[in-house]
Write a protein that binds this ligand. Structure first.
Ligand code: F6P
Length: 534
């Protein structure tokens, strides 16, 4: 069932007022809905892809704020509107900007660079120029709609220059930034010709959030290497120069050091999550449980259903998963009569060449495995190149005995948390890559290194043979974690840190001796990370 989560356009809703009245503003590349126009020119809205929207939508529904972002189409000059109780403020991108800023710099430079160069990043000056122009447009929009003394929360790698651009115009604002994807080790980050501008852009924020402690550490090291600013634990002392900033951001002006005023910027991990209760609520619905039964029946009632759910992205390790599965069929360790793999691969960034090549490779592999091992009545891999509404996803989670998350690098991977949140029956086994942020929290998953195909095969066999009592024990521990650390906790922790005066942030100073030895340890860690990434 292809995606049907479209909602009809609320085009008759009066435009949300703009001009400095929103005390809380979220800024992200995409709005939570993409605007789609049919052949007759009628608009409708569809939930936009990715974990960012999954996480932020419930936060925005609670807050009476505005969400600034792009509608997903070229040259879409739309007035602000309201959708599902959220004020949406569109930013238009031209076709050329989509090519240079979005597909180019964001997704063919930053994305591969920040994911440890799994694919080679491309560096083009005209892509960078477009990134600067578009970031400025987002910053201008946020400056125009935010209320005096308000809070602006900027999201993700597409908008790393916005915090500084916004601070320059509106020093009265409190500015947060959250990076949804990994932040690489300095040895990798330093490839970027515009590395200093990115660091300076981010340091315009008061709090910079990352998924993992390691990401925050990589960022802080990059700050030290590129700016020489002093850091104290999770606090970075950023010298303040503009008088307006001193006057209006008093609660963040930390101290006078060497005759310099500094602003305390916090950089630390705030692992993102999901609205866990809403997944459990769906999973408990009889119609969704019936749909799960139906899915298994339609698959021929195999003894074991395995599931993969990913955007079709080279960071997700779909090829590694298929390789392991194909070899298990070839070895005879798995039989097509007993086991089916359902792979949902939702379309993503389809005009970027690396993604086109990936799709060809994945579909060739699926075709080969199915050709070699499927029978008339049993299909080895049920491959679905679609996005699905949340109800269908939860039914799939309930239908799946084993969930395979084999990302090569992933900021968090909210699919892993969605699976856990849906399994109120305390059943199902999560096989989880140690390179996904979620593995820091979901310690009782079967954690794997997806590059180690033999290890991955063993984990799949272990999952298949795992006794019910062990499945329940592992799942219970993961559910506790996901239920306690849900998305409401994520946002409230981040926003509470953003509201904390800098005096309360002060941490013990480190002596210069410790700083030097820390620096040596950092250099060694960076060298190791670069080696590992090769
Ligand atoms: O989480 C990373 C992210 O790039 C988000 O910023 C985005 O919403 C999602 O993945 C989907 O990516 P895109 O907007 O490029 O389709």
């Amino acid at each position: 069932m292809p995606s049907s989560d479209s909602q009809s356009a609320s085009s008759d809703t009066p435009a949300a007022p703009i001009g400095g009245e929103f005390p809380f503003v979220v800024v992200s590349n995409r709005l939570p809905v993409d605007r789609i126009t049919d052949d007759d020119g009628n608009p409708s809205f569809r939930t936009s892809p990715g974990g960012l929207v999954t996480a932020l939508e419930p936060v925005m529904r609670e807050a009476d704020g505005a969400w600034i972002g792009w509608t997903g189409s070229a040259d879409d000059h739309v007035d602000p509107f309201e959708n599902d109780g959220i004020h949406l403020i569109p930013v238009a991108l031209s076709a050329e900007e989509i090519e240079l800023y979005y597909e180019g710099f964001s997704n063919d430079t930053l994305w591969p660079l920040y994911h440890d160069v799994i694919a080679p990043p491309a560096y083009h000056r005209e892509w960078w120029d477009s990134y600067v122009i578009v970031n400025q447009r987002f910053a201008d929009r946020a400056a125009a709609v935010s209320a005096e003394g308000g809070t602006v929360w900027v999201q993700d790698y597409q908008l790393q220059l916005v915090p500084r651009m916004l601070r320059e115009q509106r020093p009265d604002l409190t500015i947060g930034f959250f990076n949804h994807i990994p932040f690489p080790a300095y040895g990798i980050f330093s490839q970027l010709p515009w590395r200093r501008q990115i660091i300076e852009g981010l340091l315009g924020a008061d709090v910079i959030g990352f998924q993992r402690t390691a990401d925050a550490g990589n960022f802080t090291r990059a700050v030290r290497r590129l700016t020489g600013f002093q850091t104290r634990g999770t606090v970075i002392d950023v010298p303040v120069t503009a008088e307006a900033e001193v006057a209006s951001a008093k609660h963040r002006i930390a101290t006078v050091r060497d005759d310099k005023l500094v602003r305390a910027v916090v950089a630390k991990a705030f692992p993102i999550s999901i609205d866990a209760a809403s997944y459990e609520e769906l999973a408990r619905r009889p119609d969704i449980q019936e749909r799960a039964r139906q899915i298994r029946e339609d698959l021929g009632n195999p003894a074991v259903v395995m599931l993969g759910v990913d955007r079709l992205d080279y960071t997700k390790g779909i090829g590694h998963r298929l390789k392991a599965f194909g070899e298990l069929l070839a070895d005879g360790a798995l039989k097509v009569e007993d086991v089916t793999l359902v792979q949902v691969a939702s379309p993503s960034r389809e005009r970027v060449r690396t993604y086109q090549i990936l799709r060809d490779e994945i579909e060739l592999t699926v075709g080969r495995i199915n050709g070699d091992y499927s029978t008339i009545s049993h299909t080895a891999i049920s491959y679905l190149h679609h996005g699905y509404p949340r109800e269908e996803m939860v039914a799939l989670y309930l239908a799946a005995d084993i969930m395979l998350v084999t990302a090569l690098r992933d900021g968090m991977n909210l699919v892993a948390k969605e699976y856990v949140a849906s399994r109120f029956d305390n059943d199902g086994v999560l096989v989880l890559s140690e390179f996904a942020g979620a593995s820091d929290e979901l310690r009782t998953a079967l954690r794997v290194n997806p590059h180690d195909i033999e290890g991955l095969k063993e984990a799949i066999l272990q999952a298949q043979a795992m006794p019910r009592s062990e499945r329940a024990r592992r799942m219970r521990a993961m559910r506790k974690r996901v239920q306690e650390n849900d998305v409401a906790r994520w946002s409230s922790t981040f926003l509470a840190t953003l509201a904390t005066p800098s005096d309360d942030l002060a941490l013990p100073r480190v002596s210069s001796r410790v700083t030097r030895s820390e620096a040596r340890a950092e250099e060694r860690a960076e060298a190791r990370a670069v080696e590992e990434a090769r």
